[in-house]
Design a binder for this molecule. Structure first.
Ligand code: FDM
Ligand code: MG
Length: 219
């Protein structure tokens, strides 16, 4: 149903572990397909973690390898740069691309590790120039609601202390004046309600891409 000549929208879904990002991305993807929109759903780190960089990230997250904080940070960023061109091509082709985690996770998780040489400012720099989302939905969940959703897995960043820092840094990003494409969604509610709250701004954004103009770059 993409109208002739209209580009797709770049829609990013962000939030803490257990906020329901992947389930909501899946629901959004199916809703857009059901409405006959050309749509793709991708995630970072990329789904199978199967590219050479994806494999290194996977091994690090599982605790099977050690890497300097800056190195792993740059690998996460490189993982996005690997697919930046194909995102741009899809968008130009009228495909709406839904992205599960993006540069915001990239900067915030690395800057939450407590490394004094790895500030949020430093962490953001490799993201500059990547395709800029037309809309970023931040799924917000309180630590209490997150805790009700069951225990963490075994991956490296899935600890209370880390998640608390990540949450605070995410919130500080939302306050920055140039981040006006970020929309906060209360993700502590039933899945269907959250899905409805996500679908509306996404459809609105897809309708407005012409007035937004060409896909922008992160600055
Ligand atoms: N993560 C994810 C980062 O630290 N940097 C990044 O750039 C991205 C995309 O990887 F703990 C972290 C966030 C999370 C872990 O992601 C795995 P999923 O979405 O929970 O699989
Ligand atoms: Mg996770």
């Amino acid at each position: 149903m993409a109208e002739k000549g209209r580009r797709g929208a770049l829609v990013v879904v962000e939030g803490l572990d257990r906020a329901g990002k992947s389930s909501q991305c899946e629901l959004l993807y199916r809703s857009l397909l059901a409405l006959n929109y050309k749509t793709k759903y991708i995630r970072f780190p990329e789904k199978d973690r199967s590219t050479p960089i994806g494999k290194q990230i996977d091994s690090y997250l599982r605790g099977q390898s050690q890497l300097d904080d800056h190195s792993i940070h740059l690998l996460f960023s490189a993982n996005r740069w690997e697919v930046a061109q194909s995102i741009q091509d899809d968008i130009a082709d009228g495909v709406t691309v839904i992205v599960d985690r993006y540069s915001y996770s990239g900067a915030v998780y690395s800057a939450s590790k407590g490394n004094p040489n790895l500030s949020l400012h430093w962490a953001w720099q490799p993201e500059v120039g990547l395709p800029r989302p037309d809309l970023c939905l931040f799924l917000s969940i309180s630590p209490e609601d997150a805790a009700k959703r069951g225990g963490y897995g075994v991956e490296r960043y899935e600890t209370d202390c880390m998640q608390r820092r990540v949450r605070d840094l995410f919130l500080s990003l939302l306050d920055l004046p140039h981040n006006d494409e970020i929309c906060v969604i209360d993700a502590g509610r039933p899945v269907d309600e959250v899905a409805q709250d996500i679908l509306e701004p996404v459809l609105e954004c897809m309708k407005n891409v012409d007035s937004i103009g060409p896909l922008k770059k992160l600055g």
